[in-house]
Design a protein around this ligand. Structure first.
Ligand SMILES: CC(C)(COP(=O)(O)OP(=O)(O)OC[C@H]1O[C@@H](n2cnc3c(N)ncnc32)[C@H](O)[C@@H]1OP(=O)(O)O)[C@@H](O)C(=O)NCCC(=O)NCCS
Length: 190
C-alpha cells in the first residue's frame, strides 16, 4: 500500500518492500534518509558522525553488508549498514547504521533489514552480534530488544570543544594566525 508523505502509518500493517544490496544509485537517497532520522539534536554524540562518507565508505569496504529496503515505486524505505569484525575467539557482526523512513516505520521494515544482514553475516561465520545506540533512543532499544539483543551496557561519551579549551584554544588561534600570515605573504597576481 503506498504511503503519502506526512500520513500517519497504520501500526503493524505490512508494507511490501524488497530488501536488496545497495547500488551506487542508492548512495544519495541513503545519505538523505540518514540526515532525516539521525538528528544530532535528538542524539547528539552518536549522530554527529553521520555524513556522506559513512555511506560511501561502507559501500566501498563492505558492500555485502549495505542493504536497502525498496518500497513500491522505487522509494528507499530504509537501510542497514554493517560490518564483520574477526577476532581470534569470535567473529562479530556489527550493525553500524539502521534507519527506516518515518512514513514507513512500525511496519516491520527494520525487522526485515536486520534479518537479512544477520543471515548474510551467519554465512560468513558470525556468531555474535553487536549494536549500539544512544541511551535515550527508546524506539531503537525496544526494537533491538524485541529482536533478541540483550545485556545492555551503558557507554559514557565525553566531548570537548577545542576552541573553548584554555590551551588547545590558543593552539587553534595560533594555527589560524599562521594560515592568515601565509595567505598575506603570497604574491598578488598582477
Ligand atoms: C529503530 C527503527 C530502525 C525501527 O524501525 P521500524 O521499521 O519502525 O521497526 P519495525 O517495524 O521492524 O519494528 C517495530 C518494533 O520496534 C520497536 N519500536 C519501533 N519504533 C518504536 C517506537 N517509536 N516506540 C517504541 N517501540 C518502537 C517496537 O518493539 C516495535 O514493535 P511493535 O510495533 O509491535 O510495538 C526506526 O525507528 C528508525 O529508523 N529510527 C531512527 C534511526 C535509529 O534510531 N536507528 C537505530 C540506531 S543506528
Amino acid at each position: 500500500m503506498p504511503v503519502s508523505p506526512g500520513s500517519r502509518p497504520d501500526p503493524h500493517s505490512v508494507t511490501a518492500v524488497a530488501v536488496r544490496e545497495m547500488t551506487i544509485d542508492d548512495v544519495a537517497p541513503v545519505y538523505h534518509l540518514g540526515e532525516l532520522v539521525f538528528t544530532s539534536d535528538l542524539y547528539p554524540t552518536l549522530y554527529r558522525t553521520w555524513d556522506e562518507w559513512e555511506v560511501i565508505g561502507h559501500y566501498n569496504t563492505d558492500p555485502e553488508y549495505c542493504l536497502v529496503a525498496e518500497a513500491e515505486a522505487g522509494a528507499i524505505a530504509g537501510f542497514v549498514l554493517g560490518t564483520v569484525i574477526s577476532k581470534a575467539t569470535w567473529v562479530y557482526g556489527y550493525i553500524i547504521w539502521l534507519a527506516v523512513s518515518p512514513q514507513f516505520q512500525r511496519r516491520g521494515i527494520a525487522d526485515k533489514l536486520v534479518d537479512k544482514i544477520v543471515e548474510r553475516m551467519i554465512e560468513e561465520g558470525v556468531r555474535f552480534m553487536l549494536v549500539d545506540t544512544d541511551p535515550a533512543n527508546t524506539p531503537a532499544i525496544k526494537f533491538f530488544q524485541r529482536k533478541g539483543f540483550g545485556s545492555p551496557r551503558r557507554h559514557v561519551y565525553l566531548s570537548m570543544n577545542l576552541s573553548k579549551h584554555e590551551i588547545y584554544g590558543r593552539l587553534i588561534s595560533y594555527e589560524r594566525d599562521k594560515a592568515e600570515r601565509v595567505k598575506q605573504r603570497r604574491p598578488k597576481r598582477p
